[in-house]
Write a protein that binds this ligand. Structure first.
Ligand SMILES: [Fe+2]
Length: 401
């Protein structure tokens, strides 16, 4: 028995070591040497995206079609999605005066190979892609590149695409407050404190409404600790708001909406969400708690060639959504979305978990992929956070530690 036990332990250790080596792969966007990109625009090539307005029904996630044509197609051709749509070097400072161009200084928010859904692309030069975009406070453009990911050349640039209101309040995530009868709601928008007052309209389901003010936070490129978060991975995080819903009644259902009162008197609203308040401490009840780490994020349209473990993140998310009626609280204990310094990925993660995090408290803590950076006080002195050093994870939720 003891021998069997040690054999099992041995197998587990081997599996554990194997898992470690495959589960800490690089962020897929880091495979692109965007700072080496050069312009090689071809008048006979084109790329266009339609529709050019997304979210016409008020939704914050939408699909579009990108069609492209190149007179010199090759298997290494790829499509990069940029947001904001103006991705030229005029939008960011040079890292140092000796480095030039760079003609492009921001990584795309996602990418896909030109032949992904058009196997005939290499012979015909014609192709199309269906892509899913989320509302991320800015417009989008699509770029056809040739010459692979390591020495990319810009062949054609598309029209611009935008959501109806890019600044809209989006992706609410709940967290259990400091006391049992308090819930916090965190969300993202494009409205700063000089434009609007953020608040939560809420109350018992079917009952009177209350208005609670929300705070507003943001962070700048300068608070990142290194590359790529400070360089090609940087993207403006917008504004992160948190409201506090207090003196909740035990076990009661509440509904809530996110609001912004613009200083011209206009109100901007999110859709309506709901949650169930915590039980009274010690009350006889069954609480079902989900605890996990290392989930990651993935793209439903197949872009970014994610590693297998991140592919699994969509399955995990879908399963949690399916089981949501049986879940009271979620603890995501670290290694949240593996943005690894590509800040755009945080919005995409909060969009992915929205059905869960808007309905039950979604508590997070930092893992090495959010926090670690040499010389910044992290427990390990490695570079696993890609220069984030713990700041962008505030985009996700309130911490529980
Ligand atoms: Fe991990």
């Amino acid at each position: 028995m003891r021998e069997l036990r040690s054999i099992c332990l041995g197998i587990l250790l081997v599996l554990g070591a194997f898992r470690l080596t495959i589960s800490h792969e690089d962020q897929p966007l880091s495979k692109i040497a965007i700072h080496k990109a050069v312009f090689a625009l071809d008048d006979n090539a084109y790329i266009k995206a339609s529709p050019s307005i997304l979210g016409m029904k008020g939704q914050n996630s939408d699909w579009l079609t990108v069609e492209y044509n190149s007179p010199n197609p090759s298997v290494g051709d790829w499509i990069g999605v940029f947001s904001p749509s103006n991705f030229s070097s005029s939008t960011c400072p040079a890292e140092n005066p000796r480095v030039y161009p760079p003609l492009l200084c921001s990584a795309p928010i996602k990418f896909q190979y030109a032949n992904y859904s058009s196997p005939q692309y290499k012979s015909t030069g014609k192709g199309s892609l269906k892509l899913q975009l989320i509302n991320q406070r800015s417009d989008f453009s699509f770029v056809l590149f040739t010459n692979g990911l390591l020495n990319p050349k810009v062949v054609a640039v598309s029209n611009k695409v935008t959501f109806t209101n890019p600044n809209a309040p989006v992706y609410p995530r709940l967290a259990q407050g400091k006391v049992w009868n308090e819930m916090t709601v965190t969300w993202t928008s494009g409205y700063g404190i000089n434009e609007a007052e953020p608040f939560v309209e809420w109350g018992p389901k079917g009952g009177d409404r209350t208005y609670s003010p929300a705070g507003t936070l943001t962070f700048g490129r300068g608070s990142m600790c290194g590359a790529p978060a400070r360089t090609v991975g940087w993207r403006d995080p917008g504004y992160i708001h948190t409201g506090f819903l207090r003196e909740l009644w035990p076990n009661a259902m509440y509904t809530y909406k996110l609001g912004h009162r613009l200083f011209n008197g206009t109100y901007i609203w999110s859709s309506e969400y709901q949650f169930k308040a915590s039980p009274y401490p010690g009350q006889d009840s069954l609480q079902q708690v989900i605890i996990f780490g290392d989930m990651g994020k993935d793209e439903a349209d197949g872009s970014n060639e994610y590693n297998n473990f991140q592919r699994g993140s969509l399955n995990t998310t879908r399963q949690l959504i399916q089981d949501l009626k049986n879940i009271d609280i979620v603890f995501h204990i670290g290694d949240i979305c593996y943005a690894n310094g590509y800040i755009s990925q945080w919005d995409q993660f909060t969009a992915q978990i929205e059905p869960i995090a808007s309905t039950v408290p979604y508590m997070i803590a930092s893992g090495n992929h959010e926090r670690d950076w040499p010389g910044t006080g992290s427990f390990y002195g490695n570079m696993d956070s890609g220069g984030e050093c713990g700041t962008p994870r505030t985009m996700a939720c309130s911490d529980f530690v």
